[in-house]
Design a protein. Structure first.
Length: 188
């Protein structure tokens, strides 16, 4: 049996109006098992190319970086089509990275949108392909860097209390909604 990863950080982006251009808030929440220990906020560019560096810097400048054992992302894209490089995050932060989705993404639609409508779309699509296919895991779909599928399932099982999503991603989603709009709404 492998060592359980109990200290986690969940990251999600805040909702934004489709017409918005510029920066979008991201929220990081820090958990020990299922206990919330801290909240961090940062920004990244709408449809930009700085998701990887913005997420890494958010964590690196926090007092929680030394204890974090796994990073959970509420998707691989943030603020529209600002794509995170999960392998670069894994290398830079020296911790496994787990991307979570409730449903299998429609990759053909994403690919077409990136290649036909988004500046730098080919590079962003390459990052999505580099992350590997979304795999079914513990009732969700995941991409991962630095951990095996069985470890990913264990993380999901250990950190899920309500619904399907692990608490770090569920709470990051709720906090991001409240931060951006004054109140959180919808399910995480």
């Amino acid at each position: 049996m492998t060592r359980r990863l109990s200290n986690s950080i969940g990251i999600d982006d805040a909702p934004f109006d489709r017409r918005h251009r510029g920066d979008v808030a991201i929220v990081g929440v820090v958990f020990t098992r299922t206990r919330l220990d801290g909240v961090m906020t940062g920004k990244l560019r709408r449809d930009g190319a700085n998701a990887t560096s913005a997420i890494a810097e958010l964590i690196e400048r926090s007092p929680f970086a030394a204890h974090a054992q796994v990073l959970l992302l509420g998707g691989i894209t943030f603020a529209g089509f600002n794509v995170a490089d999960i392998h670069a995050l894994h290398q830079r932060l020296s911790m496994p990275v787990l991307v979570l989705a409730r449903k299998r993404p429609r990759l053909a639609v994403i690919r077409e949108a990136l290649l036909e409508h988004v500046r730098g779309g080919a590079r962003k699509w390459a990052l999505i392909e580099k992350a590997g296919p979304m795999q079914p895991c513990a009732g969700l779909f995941v991409q991962r860097a630095g951990l095996e599928l069985e470890q990913a399932a264990q993380v999901i099982e250990d950190l899920t209390v309500h619904g399907k999503l692990p608490e770090p991603v569920r709470i990051a989603h709720l906090v991001a909604g409240g931060y951006a709009e004054g109140v959180s709404r919808g399910r995480a």
